[in-house]
Design a protein around this ligand. Structure first.
Ligand code: NAP
Ligand code: MG
Length: 490
């Protein structure tokens, strides 16, 4: 039956009763401290910042702001733990600790998922089915490598780098922490990690898990704060390696700061992936892939399929089916299990998206938005299509990081490749066709780290991930992800 509540959540064809995940099984403290040397400690400055729920704009908690002095303390703790304990430990023992983290995370998966959605705005379906299981899978996968490193690199002697400084974004908070921490620990490094300012809560829950797992003090240190705290980590002379995931803009600043130092680094940056639909593709599946690629998780995905390249002969049909599908997408409460598109992560990000909606119009694009009604409070954006755009338009070239899709057409295979490659980025891409030969040729010709064929946004800890061009330097995941935390001696 249509209640005012579900009427609000969805204004399309069918009615679903709301199915909200409950919050009575979680506990969020009023205040979180820094996690340094195995203890929860107050920041030197005594300063705290708020983290809010972007779907309601209500405060969830206050979180410590780490200064340079706190970062220094964390790096020193990590150095001591590295020299005295972690690098000396038998690799199989290291593996046991990492397995233990994975198992506790799995046991507490529901709590992690709920807090991830509350703090970051992503639909519970996504945090429950993707973020948290994949985060645990990364710990399981790298735990297995801890005592097999010499088999990963035959004929070489793998040695840890030392202390890794790690800086992560807000779009997959726990998953990015897992991508960073698990391989670093498996290889014998210790860690100082900074979560994003708007999504620190699952990192603090992870600190609890790490403490419960009995990890030796100082092996993982978690320092919350804003960009300044990240810069303090990058500049600290006691750091051996920087692993950064975030925007190309900040990636550039970090690369400059590291130039000429002995620190090694990996940078996972922005993207502007094309989803390429050939006329011979299974169109309904392709439409589902497009929707999954850009609208789920509000387009807050570095490898999002934010451009659609569709072969001219089927373009009208694909756009018609896409608009039909968009009409059924539910925008609203991230905790509702029916929600497809949750809250935009912050007011600032919503303003960025709105700026691009304006730019698109000014550039002459035709704008189509679904009729979804948005909640009155919180940061929300309707799924949006730009059609009639050209390759030089800013909405085709620049990362928007919202549920906004720029649509172009092509006639020939080569035109599709040329258009797909014509942005400063090269993180990912998608190809939809019935012909295997086209898929193979596409994967060779598109300059991007990941190409999905007849699917999109699929992840697995065993496969490497990373970018070309302005999308980054180095690879994470799989064997490549180990390499980034090791020195391979002859
Ligand atoms: P961001 O603004 O670059 O921030 C990323 C992290 O860097 C945050 O923890 C941020 O802290 C910190 N930071 C900000 N300024 C810094 C500085 N000068 N020095 C050191 N650290 C600094 O990116 P975002 O807006 O959080 O995330 C969205 C971006 O991440 C998108 O461009 C997306 O494509 C990219 N991303 C890439 C991948 C990938 O694997 N390639 C994966 C996910 C996301 P505060 O947040 O507290 O300011
Ligand atoms: Mg928040």
């Amino acid at each position: 039956m249509a209640t005012p509540e579900n009427k609000l959540a969805f204004d399309g064809g069918w009615e679903y009763a709301p199915a909200p995940e409950s919050t009575d099984h979680i506990s969020i403290k009023k205040r979180y401290e820094l996690f340094i040397d195995g203890e929860f400690v107050k920041p030197e400055s005594g300063k705290y910042f708020e983290t809010i729920n972007p779907a309601t704009e209500e405060r969830l908690s206050r979180v410590a702001e780490a200064s340079a002095a706190d970062v220094d303390k964390a790096v020193k703790a990590a150095r001591t733990a590295y020299a005295k304990v972690w690098s000396k430990m038998k690799p199989a023992e290291r593996g046991k600790y990492i397995y233990r983290i994975a198992r506790i995370m799995q046991e507490r998966a529901r709590e992690f998922a709920t807090i991830e959605s509350l703090d970051g705005g992503k639909p519970i379906r996504e945090s429950r089915d993707i973020d948290i299981p994949l985060a645990a899978a990364h710990f399981f996968y790298y735990a297995g490598w801890a005592d097999k490193l010499e088999y990963a690199f035959p004929g070489r002697r793998p040695k840890p780098l030392g202390v890794a400084g790690q800086i992560i974004p807000w779009n997959f908070p726990l998953l990015m922490a897992a991508w960073k921490i698990a391989p670093a620990l498996a290889c014998g490094n210790t860690v100082v990690i900074k979560p994003a300012e708007t999504t620190p809560l699952t990192a603090m829950k992870l600190a609890e898990v790490i403490a419960d797992a009995g990890l030796p003090p100082g092996v993982v240190n978690i320092v919350t704060g804003a960009g300044k705290t990240g810069a303090d980590i990058v500049q600290h002379p006691g750091i051996d390696k920087i692993a950064f995931t975030g925007s190309t803009e900040v990636g550039r600043i970090i690369q400059k700061a590291l130039a000429g130092t002995r620190k090694s680094y990996t940078l996972e940056l922005g993207g502007k992936a094309a989803n390429i639909i050939f006329a011979d593709a299974a169109l309904d599946q392709a439409v589902e892939g497009i929707v999954n690629g850009i609208f789920f998780n509000q387009g807050h995905v570095c490898c999002a399929g934010s451009r659609l390249l569709v072969q001219e002969s089927v373009a009208d049909e694909v756009i018609r089916r896409l608009k039909d599908r968009m009409a059924t997408l539910r925008v609203g409460n991230p905790l509702d299990k029916n929600t497809d598109i949750g809250a935009i992560n912050s007011r600032q990000q919503l303003e960025t998206i709105q700026k691009y909606l304006k730019i698109g119009k000014e550039e002459g694009a035709e704008v189509y938005q679904s009729a979804a009604r948005l909640p009155k409070k919180g940061f929300f954006c309707k799924p949006t299509l730009f059609t009639g755009v050209s390759q030089s338009n800013r909405v085709v070239q620049e990362e928007i990081f919202g549920p906004v899709l720029a649509v172009q057409t092509f006639r020939t295979f080569n035109e599709a490749i040329a258009k797909a490659n014509n942005t400063p980025y090269g993180l990912s891409g998608g190809v939809w066709t019935d012909k295997g030969a086209k898929i193979f040729k596409m994967t060779q010709d598109i300059r991007a780290g990941v190409i999905w064929a007849n699917t999109f946004n699929k992840f697995d800890p065993t496969s490497p991930f990373g970018g070309y061009k302005e999308s980054g330097v180095g690879r994470e995941g799989g064997l490549h992800g180990l390499d980034a935390y090791l020195r391979l001696e002859a």
